[in-house]
Design a protein around this ligand. Sequence first.
Ligand code: NAI
Length: 384
Amino acid sequence: MSLLGASTAALKRGLASSVSRTSSRGLKVLAVLYQGGEAAKQEPRLLGTIENQLGLRPWLESQGHELIATDDKEGPNSVFQKHLKDAEILITTPFHPGYLTRDLISKAQNLKLCVTAGVGSDHIDLNAAVEKKIQVLEVTGSNVVSVAEHVVMSILLLVRNFVPAHEMIERGDWQVSDVARNAFDLEGKVIGTIGAGRIGYRVLERLVPFNPKELLYYDYNALPAEGAAKVGVRRIEDLKDFVSQCDVITVNAPLHEGTKNLVDADLLSHFKKGAWLVNTARGAICNAEDVAAALASGRLAGYAGDVWNVQPAPRDHPWRYMKNPLGGGNGMTPHYSGTTLDAQARYAAGTREIIENYLAGKPQNPANVIVGVGKYETKSYGQR
Ligand code: NAI
């Protein structure tokens, strides 16, 4: 098949990549990864770092391709912006996101494929990618268990007031009543998820053994009846009604036009007083100042998660220091729930598979395709 023929067939398939690369020129692959430092030198399984480069360098170079890996991602003189101009494949991660804005997309004349090593591609202007026929794929499912486990841990540490209790021990103090006064059981609580996709559903599955009073979900995509019955979850179609019923809310929806700033002062005013909120989805889904104010006033008893509206989070970000009136209720971490060593192995392998398919002109796994050639393929980034 001629190169042109392969390309046309691929376009017709919609999900496949461009031309077969086996006999063509080497291409430029640009990867924006995080600085791993000493840890990455000592631990080669830290694959998502610029030191270990998702394990891709030997393989890409053996195929005659060029790999530029950098953590330098901000501003016009950054390595990211410099090499974006002629890179054909861009690899990014949600952990240290290379923000691919509409403006940068317009300058990326050679860009055909963006691969998110992980899950969540909101750091890319997806509408602009659709218009420019740049495909956006992610390694769907690669870290959903990792995140679901982190969510359950975060719910428990908030409800049981774990962080202040541990800090008390480190300080050398011992005053049980100071921490027990705000510690509860998860059993008997109403727990709800905003978004009941791969992560949200896995969170629900893991909560069943805690004997909650009820499990609820809010999502424009209904769960299959069998899946809903298996975990005994009830769907609530109105968001304010949903939040007003929950003791614990976990956010598991992607960031898009319909979820940006979704949890703001207005929605928080409909939460139960003293509710706990866990957000491992994306920082910008929750309004930073409104959440901090709700925690300070006691409207929220706790907020936990690992995602921030800019990453790395600035030193003065309110979520680093916010507390409830009793001095607890903060379960924030840097963005790492989806980057356990187990997850890194899976998303590194998945990134390579996506690039292999692209180079060979093979169809991609449809579940990985967020934006195909000129259109959204996912149903998760808003109702279109
Ligand atoms: P998924 O695509 O399987 O499920 C997302 C669900 O959210 C879908 O059911 C969708 O209909 C729903 N949804 C979308 N907009 C909504 C809205 N306005 N209201 C309610 N529900 C809505 O995605 P998955 O794998 O469950 O991941 C979800 C998100 O979690 C990712 O997009 C990413 O932002 C985040 N994530 C965070 C990680 C971390 O390390 N903290 C790692 C992996 C994912």
